[in-house]
Design a binder for this molecule. Structure first.
Ligand SMILES: [Cu+2]
Length: 698
């Protein structure tokens, strides 16, 4: 239960300092989530925080946690390859950051979505931007979140204080283990902590057997440091992540490794009432995947190993100062992302091809953001302009490739692959001060999103879709236009000592929405080289990325009520519809309506929750993407939490109490051909299993 996790989170020390309880005088301690909901007015209206250490252990991917929030859902492409969905949108359309850092994923199918780099033992909180991200957080079409790592804060002492924050958890359903955290020391002038985590698991069991290809392993190590000098504060964060062999049933290949380095150097200083902040950051992803070592191997001729690299270099600087009765922030930022992908056959050195050759995407942007209040109304107004440019290198195709692909490569190499485009984001939010516990809010935004490199440069008909996992073969379009969204939402946050309710209604009208459309007017008739090659690769009806018109709208809320005695109920409801406006079709992979309800018995030191999650059927499916409908289901869990003593917490529970076999609509279709899930069927959810987690901090 999200609200539950918020309550638990607050009972820990982690956020209490950030959220001075404005309702403390009349709030019941049993309703502490009220405090976080309305505690810091600015945060409450624009952000939502959730913490892995407070939620039940349902897996290692923090997108399982963000899926428990209003508007949230999870696109399941593998145990470590979950994508956050927010109000029907996912993938690169969301502005996702790991510890404040923006970077490009390495896998052309997003086997490493951004939150692949935020293992739950290292994450202190995920801050979800309500509605859309502020323009100061960078571009992004609709919605955003930042996974903030645990770190040792500066103390208020001159002598070094030691500290740590660890967790260790296990799940029986896949015999998995997740452990990690931070340890270090700090004074008022410096802070330093090491960080590390290790996670591994076997194949997940479910009611009908084993879900093959769901084993995984992932390790992270690094440090975070900061120094306060007379010339400002300097911070340095360095981190390496090694993801080992991990299965991806919905893709044609599995992860062999991701070896990824992160570096960030930060600087900040205050001059009177003004604050200057700057950072330089770097991310380098090296990735290998194949179709033969973690699933039944195809014949030698059809074995493939694909190498993919992505490097991001970025910088940002901002100056915030009082202006016009509020705070104005001016900022400049930019990044250069390079991608390169090579498909090989390890049994044939003459077989190699570069479907996304030496792609470079540059962006330089500037923004203005003002935050302030007029009487009882608070506002955040932002404008961002980005100049984007893109180019690709020459495609290569080895001598073992047939003439067809080699001709397509030559065609791509003769085409104009570079270009540039400006995008404009405008965000206006207003919200009222709470009166009688009720605060109104409204938002209007114009957001733009550049086409992804897969969508623009995909010249070779293959199964790379940026993580859609719909089984279709896709082909790019060099002339794609940016997506443009007009977003309106309104709602209120209500909180009393007894109850809270935070509903939001929204509409997202998107012009030039990019999705696959039939390759030509004669679908099924193989009358082009692209269709011929696609046919040889298993899909004679490939899709071409195109600008279409779309709309998403819906309604979501979280709510809770505190009964007399130690009993409370919390719930989250989500409803979203996604449809094409230009033809009669639905958008692909949109979460069905769902309701999560948790009944909690809560005492000072411990709590126990019985949770039910009911998910409706989804028959509003995309014909274009050959999407299959799913039926309704309900899953129940029981979990508890015990504050053993100061700094030691134990959680344990049973998920999927009745061992229900269920298929989440956003789960990918299995393609790996072994285990107990037939090929073409959606990968089911985990069966009944127990979990336990211990957390230690000081
Ligand atoms: Cu991959």
């Amino acid at each position: 239960m999200l609200s539950k996790s918020i309550a638990l989170l607050l009972s820990g020390a982690s956020l209490s300092a950030l959220n001075a309880p404005i309702l403390a005088q009349d709030a019941d301690p049993a309703l502490q989530d009220v405090i976080i909901v309305t505690g810091s007015r600015i945060d409450a209206a624009t952000k939502l925080r959730v913490s892995p250490d407070a939620a039940p252990v349902l897996g290692n991917d923090i997108t399982l946690l963000t899926a428990r929030t209003p508007g949230g859902a999870r696109v399941g492409n593998g145990e470590l390859s979950g994508q956050m969905q927010f109000r029907g949108l996912f993938g690169e359309r969301l502005n996702l950051r790991v510890d404040g850092q923006r970077f490009a994923s390495g896998g052309p199918n997003l086997m490493d979505p951004i939150f692949h780099y935020a293992p739950s033992p290292l994450v202190k909180a995920v801050v979800i931007d309500r509605g859309v991200s502020p323009v100061s957080a960078g571009p992004g079409l609709a919605g955003g979140a930042n996974a903030i790592f645990k770190r040792l804060a500066y103390s208020d002492d001159d002598a070094a204080t030691f500290g740590y924050d660890f967790s260790l958890s296990g799940r029986s359903v896949n015999e998995s283990l997740a452990t990690g955290g931070v340890i270090g020391a700090s004074t008022r002038d410096w802070r330093f902590n090491l960080l590390g985590s290790w996670e591994e698991g076997d194949d997940t069991e479910f009611g009908d057997g084993t879900i093959a290809g769901t084993a995984f392993e992932r390790g992270v190590y690094g440090f975070s440091s900061g120094l306060r000098t007379d010339f400002g504060e300097i911070t340095l964060d360095l981190r390496r992540q090694n993801t080992g062999p991990s299965g991806n049933p919905p893709f044609p290949m599995d992860i062999i490794y991701f070896d990824t380095d992160f570096a960030r150097l930060g600087y900040s200083n205050s001059f009177g009432a003004a604050t200057f902040k700057a950072s330089l950051h770097y991310t380098d992803v090296a990735h290998l995947m194949n179709n033969f070592s973690q699933r039944p191997a195809p014949p030698a001729m059809r074995q493939r190993a694909t190498l993919a690299d992505a490097t991001t270099r970025g910088l940002d600087a901002s100056l915030a100062f009082p202006a016009f009765g509020g705070a104005l922030t001016l900022g400049l930022d930019g990044d250069v992302a390079e991608h390169d992908v090579t498909i090989t056959n390890p049994n044939n050195l003459d077989f190699f091809v570069s479907p996304f050759p030496e792609v470079e995407i540059d962006r330089y942007g500037g923004f203005l953001e003002w935050r302030g209040a007029l009487a009882e109304i608070n506002a955040e107004l932002g404008l961002r302009i980005d100049q984007n440019s893109f180019e690709a290198g020459d495609a290569t195709a080895g001598p073992a490739l047939p003439m067809g692909p080699r001709n397509l490569a030559a065609g791509f190499n003769n085409a104009e692959t570079s270009g540039d485009e400006a995008t404009v984001d405008v965000v206006a939010r207003v919200w009222s001060n709470p009166v009688g516990g009720l605060s109104w809010r409204a938002m209007l935004a114009h957001k733009q999103q550049m086409p992804g490199y897969i969508q623009r440069f995909g010249w070779l008909p293959i199964n790379a879709s940026g993580g859609l996992a719909d089984g279709n073969i896709y082909i790019g379009d060099l002339t794609l236009e940016p997506e443009t969204a007009l977003i309106v939402e309104a709602g209120f946050d209500y909180a009393s000592a007894k109850a809270y309710l935070r509903p939001t209604g929204f509409v997202r009208q998107i012009d030039n929405y990019i999705q696959g459309t039939p390759f030509d007017n004669t679908v099924g008739v193989i009358d082009s080289p692209v269709e011929m090659i696609a046919g040889m690769n298993g899909d004679p009806t490939p899709l071409r990325w195109a600008n279409v018109d779309a709309r998403l709208y819906g309604f979501d809320f979280d709510a809770g009520y505190n009964f007399d005695g130690p009993l409370r109920i919390d719930g989250v409801l989500n409803m979203v519809r996604g449809e094409r406006r230009d033809i009669d079709d639905n958008l692909y992979r949109v979460a069905p309506p769902n309701l999560t309800l948790g009944l909690t018995w809560e005492s000072a030191e411990w709590s126990a929750t019985l949770e039910g999650r009911a998910v409706g059927d989804q028959d509003k499916v995309s014909r274009t993407n050959n999407e299959l409908k799913t039926g309704a289901y309900a899953v129940f869990s029981l979990y508890g939490d015990w504050q053993v003593r100061d700094g030691v917490r134990l959680s344990a529970g049973v998920e999927n109490l009745f061992d229900e076999v269920y298929r989440d609509h956003l789960s990918g279709y299995n393609r790996n051909g072994f285990g107990d899930v037939p090929v073409g069927e959606r990968v089911p959810g985990a069966g009944r299993g127990g979990f336990v987690r211990v957390s230690f901090s000081r």
